[in-house]
Design a protein around this ligand. Structure first.
Ligand code: WT7
Length: 684
């Protein structure tokens, strides 16, 4: 049956490993002498360098070394993706690779049957890799747990059996609201084993937002925890879940992972302990699923207050993430890979869980915050586990820059071979800091552009072949086509600015918005027709075809790489009884990329009590999560509106970013902005 485990597919490192290591050690000795001054001086030198070619030691040993691969894939992308998919284990081969008869509802690998947990676990264990560590888990108080592939398989099969006993079957939705503990992976894989559809909600979101997502997805079971740890404190989770979710009718069972050990209420007949059901359950076998069976939904913010349930399917998603993870991270069998994201986001789904496991690599999973117990914890983990590939976000890199090189300098980072970035455009200075301070100028930096919707990386540099240009994500990976289109004419821009679009389906693309095909069509397939995916980002393409992503063109704010909707924050704010109206905009922020600014009008006056400010913040934290709290709230008598009553957000952004306001004559009352500007400047 199909090709076997990853041992065969992933090449062993490394012909030139010895030499390479000695170069790196030299670099690290220098790195130990890193000072703010030396770094500043080096970055100033590098700032003028436009291109960074891959280090020769890296290229010589790279997984993708054929510069013609893109061209070959472009000649027949459907055949290319079929070739990639054949690296997975299918129980029934597909009959048709791509069905585009009913665009934009594309189908991939039609007729094929496959199970995701079988590919991520059973296949490797059968190939003799059961003792390989899947995750080196590190808790925030310094605890560690190594989970091998065999152990992960055992736990997953048992929890899958337990879910079945709780009444979960194919197509049922299972909510998952857990911190970064190994059980979150077990819960996700257990769903895939029996064809249940998981709906993971980021642990940093409030229980209220979990309740909303459970309700709209009709979740039958929720897997959660007694409590979560964050920077040395324990927050109760289960009581919050009870408070917000107690009344949800379709929710039949709540499975509780014992994590912090705090005392929590359990409702007889509804709530069960994870460890008890796992111990009692019969292991379940992987069920062959239709390639197009829904695999998971993940809610993400859109232009309206209603989150979008982005739906991915089985065969195409696994093909996309396993292929891109192997290519972009240049995976080798003895890699130790560390992605600092949270599993609650698509980055965690694709590149902490499914990509790494499908490829059989060893990952580091860290429970805590990047500055807890200290600001060098990531570098300490990299040193301790000899991490070879590291993946994080620009906002985190900028935070590390701010904290200072003294937190990096004591650590030996010579095991690193490649660095990745994701979530937002990376400014050249942060790119160079990453390259110099973390990578010792020996590791290619891959800036990966993609979205929850794309499921997998779309634009980046192939690390062994392509030169990187700091600030540009690079070019589309093999098998993808990406265009920059003129916003007015829809014509392709070969050099210049426009809207990003993907004119051809790809296997890991979203298939629909959960139970909302009309919104799927109108959000992504209206702007440029039914076969060109509208991304929602603007970008510039240069003469080499490199893409420089500028940012969102819709009302989505990107705070620390986390997508939030202005409308969602506004509706949380106006829920406060004293608030009359609110407009939320994004403001550029040195640390978080963008920050949230809220303009608020109150019933009766512009001078709120401290209590009102605190209540508004609490309302946002409760409805969405702490990360959505505005960085600044400006109280005002009035909002700038057109004569037809539409709020002019552009002006609100200009005020927040200190820009000249330009033409304000279309406003119903042009004096409103002057007053607002004064209030902004006065810090009101
Ligand atoms: C939006 C998607 C993909 C996982 C994390 C975010 C922005 C993402 C980059 C990058 C410039 C980027 C885009 C995109 N974005 N990666 N490398 N360079 N911008 O997933 O929450 O679905 O957000 O993040 O604006 O549309 P998401």
């Amino acid at each position: 049956m199909g090709p076997s485990g990853p041992e065969q597919r992933l090449p062993r490192r490394s012909r030139s490993g010895g030499e390479w290591r000695s170069t790196c050690e030299m670099t690290t000795q220098n790195a130990r002498e890193l000072t703010e001054e030396s770094v500043e001086a080096r970055l100033a030198e590098l700032l003028g360098q436009e291109r960074f070619t891959p280090p020769a030691e890296f290229s010589d040993d790279a997984e993708i070394s054929d510069p013609q691969l893109r061209a070959r894939a472009a000649a027949d992308p459907v055949a290319y993706w079929a070739e990639q998919a054949s690296g997975l284990r299918w129980s029934t081969p597909w009959e048709r690779v791509l069905d585009d008869d009913d665009a934009p509802f594309f189908r991939w690998f039609e007729g094929g049957r496959i199970n995701v947990s079988d590919n991520c676990l059973d296949r490797h264990v059968e190939a003799g890799l059961g003792d390989r560590v899947a995750y080196h888990w590190h808790g925030e108080e310094g605890e560690t747990r190594d989970i091998t592939y065999a152990e992960l398989l055992d736990r997953t099969a048992r929890f899958a059996g337990a879910l079945k006993e709780l009444g979960v079957g194919q197509g049922d939705v299972v909510g998952i609201y857990l911190p970064m503990i190994p059980e979150v992976v077990v819960a996700m894989l257990a769903c895939t084993r029996i064809g249940a559809v998981h709906n993971v909600v980021f642990g940093g979101f409030s229980a209220g937002s979990v309740a909303e997502r459970m309700e709209v997805s009709g979740a039958k079971v929720l897997v959660t925890t007694d409590g979560a740890r964050r920077k040395g404190k324990t927050a109760p989770v289960k009581p919050e879940v009870d408070r917000t979710m107690g009344q949800l009718a379709p929710l039949e069972k709540i499975v509780v992972v014992r994590n912090t050990g705090i005392d929590v209420p359990m409702t007889e007949g509804r709530d069960v302990w994870f460890d008890e059901v796992v111990a009692a359950a019969e292991p379940a076998a992987p069920e062959p699923m239709d390639a197009e069976a829904p695999l998971f939904i993940l809610y993400s913010s859109g232009s309206t207050a209603k989150p979008k349930g982005i739906q991915h399917t089985t065969g195409g998603y696994l093909t996309g993430v396993s292929t891109t993870h192997r290519q972009v991270f240049d995976l080798k069998a003895d890699d130790v890979y560390f992605c600092s994201a949270d599993v609650g986001w698509i980055t965690g789904h694709s590149y902490i869980v499914y990509g790494p496991l499908a490829n059989g690599v060893t990952s580091v999973m860290y429970e805590g915050a990047p500055d807890y117990p200290h600001k060098g914890i990531w570098w300490q983990l990299i040193e301790q586990r000899k991490v070879t590939k590291f993946y994080t976000a620009p906002t985190a890199i900028r935070a590390c820059m701010k904290w200072g090189v003294e937190h990096v300098a004591p650590h030996d980072l010579s095991s690193l071979k490649l660095l990745g970035s994701v979530g937002e455009p990376i400014n050249p200075k942060a790119w160079l800091w990453y390259w110099h301070v973390i990578g010792g100028e020996n590791c290619p930096v891959v800036d990966t552009w993609w979205q929850t919707e794309t499921g997998a990386i779309v634009i980046t540099t192939l690390p062994g072949i392509d030169a990187a240009k700091p600030g540009s994500a690079g070019t589309p990976l093999p098998g993808y086509e990406v265009q920059v289109l003129d916003p007015e004419t829809g014509e392709q821009v070969t050099e210049g600015e426009g809207l990003l679009a993907i004119p051809r389906p790809w296997p890991s693309m979203l298939r629909t918005l959960y139970q909302d095909p009309d919104r799927y069509r109108s959000t992504y397939w209206n702007r440029f027709g039914e076969s060109t995916y509208f991304v929602g980002d603007s970008a510039r393409i240069d003469g080499d075809g490199y893409i420089w992503v500028i940012g969102r063109v819709d009302d989505v704010i990107n705070v620390s790489g986390h997508r939030l909707s202005t409308a969602e924050v506004e509706s949380a704010i106006v829920a406060h009884p004293q608030v009359a109206e609110s407009a939320v905009v994004a403001k550029a922020d040195d640390l978080t990329g963008q920050a949230i600014v809220a303009y608020v009008t109150l019933q009766g006056g512009t001078d709120p009590s401290d209590a009102v400010v605190a209540e508004i913040n609490a309302a946002v934290a409760d409805r969405i999560g702490k990360l959505a709290r505005p960085k600044r709230i400006v109280f005002t008598q009035d909002l700038p509106k057109t004569r037809s009553g539409k709020i002019m957000r552009r002006l609100l952004r200009d005020i927040a970013e200190g820009r000249d306001l330009g033409d304000t004559t279309t406003l119903a009352d042009p004096t409103v902005v002057d007053t607002l500007k004064d209030r902004w400047d006065a810090g009101a």
